[in-house]
Design a protein around this ligand. Structure first.
Ligand code: NAD
Length: 371
């Protein structure tokens, strides 16, 4: 089977879809791999590194996409790129399937079997393929590093001859994969960390990382069978905001990661709450790409509200592009290996398998799942 890997075209995207180590592993499975020249440029991996790993390198992007049985990418394809695909080809990438209905229709109409990385289920067997988690974890890390760099305070407690400095206070809102990594990173830097999530089950995880779980009684909240939060009612959200306002006011750094799978992120930190914070404090809104948790945060920008710096930067995992590439590449390899028919040396779209049932979103001319 021919696997084609075009380079990413989004401005500022440094991540590489696949790293050479996984080319070696794909070739070992029996696949033929062609990459577009420059695939690894953002992480300083050269074409010759990919060649040494066993890939052929092409400068003809159209051929890389159009000749392949499987196309691997990071971000969703443009409709033009979809039109280049061989009918019946398999396309694997993030697709933003909840917001990209026309793209799904286009992939289906083109006869593409498209796998959406967002729809890999949250099961134990699928963990190694879970790219939402691998990238979210790095985003959580990168958010704390950004905040630490932009605040004009130190994070750890320091006892010095010139006096004692109290640890900075970091408040993490939303304790999923990104939030947990943010807590761990802030703790390693010596901050005093509080965290809140609507799923009470995470309280133990927060405590085990040495942070305090901030309690607000919101009544029934719950989670889905996949472990995602359910959306709160407007009354519950209001109660949450009131409960959190004081905690924000005493925090030097607030990092929000709250998402509701497949829906717009809830607005949790209002402009009033930001204005109630001390000037010089930092807010990082990691949910900005799904609508944002912070009123006034702007996609791709740093804005200042009453002296509080609010970051709504895109592509936080891309700030640690080497490891983000390594992890995404491994997720893709693990997916391919899981469904690789070793005898016939091909990737099998096993429709009986629960992982495939969940993530194969278009097949044989149809969109397979209502989202
Ligand atoms: P996510 O990105 O959908 O959301 C981030 C966090 O925001 C979640 O913890 C959610 O509960 C929280 N949230 C939603 N609304 C909120 C609000 N109003 N206020 C505060 N917090 C709010 O979640 P995720 O990071 O993808 O993880 C969801 C869960 O799935 C986690 O418990 C994670 O550990 C679990 N998980 C399991 C597996 C597996 O078993 N294979 C894999 C990955 C994640």
């Amino acid at each position: 089977m021919l696997i084609g890997i075009p380079k990413e075209t989004a401005p500022g995207e440094l991540r590489a879809v696949v790293v050479p180590n996984d080319v070696v592993r794909l070739v070992k499975l029996g696949a033929t791999v062609t990459i577009e020249s420059g695939l690894g440029a953002g992480i300083r991996v050269t074409d010759s590194d990919y060649e040494k790993a066993g890939a052929s390198v092409s400068t003809d992007r159209k051929a890389v996409i159009g000749n392949s049985d499987i196309v691997l990418r990071l971000r969703k394809p443009s409709t033009d790129d979809v039109s280049l695909l061989k009918p019946g080809a398999i396309h694997i990438s993030f697709l933003d399937p909840f917001n990209e209905k026309p793209l799904l229709q286009h992939l289906a109409a083109h006869g593409t079997s498209a796998i959406s990385m967002e729809l890999i289920p949250r099961s134990t067997r699928a963990q190694k393929m879970d790219a939402l988690s691998s990238q979210a974890s790095l985003a959580g890390y990168a958010a704390v590093i950004l905040a630490a760099e932009r605040t004009d305070r130190v994070l750890p407690m320091m006892t010095t001859p010139a006096g004692t400095i109290n640890p900075a206070r970091v408040f993490i809102v939303g304790v999923g994969v990104a939030g947990l990594q943010a807590i761990a990173t802030a703790k390693r830097l010596g901050a005093r960390v509080d965290a809140f999530d609507t799923r009470p089950t995470v309280a133990e995880q927060v405590k085990s990382l040495g942070a305090r779980f901030f309690e607000i009684d919101l009544g029934e909240t719950g989670q889905t069978k996949d472990g995602y939060a359910k959306a709160l009612t407007e009354e519950q959200l209001q109660k949450q905001r009131e409960g959190m306002a004081k905690q924000c006011a005493i925090s030097d750094v607030v990092i929000t990661t709250a998402q509701v799978f497949g829906r717009k992120a809830p607005t949790i930190i209002t402009r009033d709450m930001v204005q109630g914070m001390r000037p010089g404090s930092i807010v990082v809104d990691l949910a900005i790409e799904t609508g944002g948790n912070v009123e006034g945060a702007e996609l791709g920008k740093e804005v200042e509200i009453n002296g509080v710096r609010v970051f709504g930067l895109e592509n936080m995992p891309g700030r640690v592009a080497v490891h983000a590439s390594q992890m995404y590449s491994a997720n893709l390899y693990n997916l391919i290996e899981e469904f690789w028919d070793k005898e016939n040396k091909l990737f099998k779209l096993d429709l009986e398998d629960d992982i495939m049932q969940s993530c194969l979103i278009t097949h044989q001319g149809a969109v397979r799942r209502e989202l």
